[in-house]
Design a protein around this ligand. Structure first.
Ligand SMILES: Cc1cc2nc3c(=O)[nH]c(=O)nc-3n(C[C@H](O)[C@H](O)[C@H](O)COP(=O)(O)O)c2cc1C
Length: 204
């Protein structure tokens, strides 16, 4: 019996490789306080392996699900958890981060974050950075993730419509198994799907 090939040599196991134009690009990943936050570690890792410069910011709730250190290790960069940090510049940090961003992804995007974005709130570091991104030039992808009843609430439907009108783009959610041990609409799009959309929407 031969030795099994490691995942890195097995595209089917490791996921399809990302196109070359992802390399060297500045991608912002905002993480909210949803149970699917752990899946975004795979997204950050794959983008970094593809040569992208991935900057991660987390809401205070997100840090209760996955430690910022995980994303720092995977991206090789500082992880922003507060609007009051000035790590790389003396200019307002959120403006500097937003101006160099070529594509932003919020995953998981909670019901609460959708509501904040739909009403222009900027009271956490993720929404603050997003507020300084011009969506007419830079795609902002939202990957909602929530219980099926939360996804079907009239407020969520209204916010979804507002956000679409405001040029936010959506990836998912899918239907399937949910952490609350039910099956329904609201499961976050799978990491491979998120990566595919990021690669498609990054202008070559
Ligand atoms: C165990 C647990 C799991 C949660 N999962 C989700 C979720 O999957 N989606 C969601 O929209 N909210 C979820 N919430 C609620 C959010 O964490 C809460 O609304 C929070 O205010 C979101 O903050 P943020 O949007 O700033 O990250 C969960 C809460 C708990 C305690």
């Amino acid at each position: 019996m031969g030795t099994p090939a490691p995942d890195a040599a097995n595209p089917a196991a490791a996921g399809l490789s990302l196109p070359a134009h992802v390399s060297g690009r500045h991608i912002f990943v905002g993480i909210c306080g949803g149970i699917a936050a752990y899946k975004v570690a795979m997204v950050v890792s794959r983008l970094t392996q593809a040569g992208a410069h991935v900057t991660v910011a987390m809401t205070p709730s997100a840090t209760r699900f996955v430690a910022p250190l995980t994303f720092q290790a995977l991206s090789g960069r500082h992880v922003y958890t507060s609007a009051w940090e000035h790590v790389e510049t003396q200019d307002p940090q959120h403006i500097a981060l937003a101006s160099r961003t070529e594509l932003a992804l919020v995953a998981p995007c909670t019901m609460d974050c959708m509501a904040r974005l739909a009403t222009g709130r900027t009271d956490d570091v993720v929404t603050l950075i997003l507020s300084a991104i011009d969506r007419s030039r830079t795609p902002v992808l939202l990957a909602p993730s929530m219980n099926a009843v939360m996804w079907s609430q009239p407020s969520t439907r209204r916010n979804l419509e507002t956000l679409r009108q405001d040029r936010f783009e959506f990836v998912g959610p899918d239907e399937g198994w949910q952490a609350c041990r039910t099956v329904g609409q609201g499961r976050m799009a799978e990491p491979e799907h998120l990566l595919q959309r990021v690669a498609e929407r990054l202008v070559k």
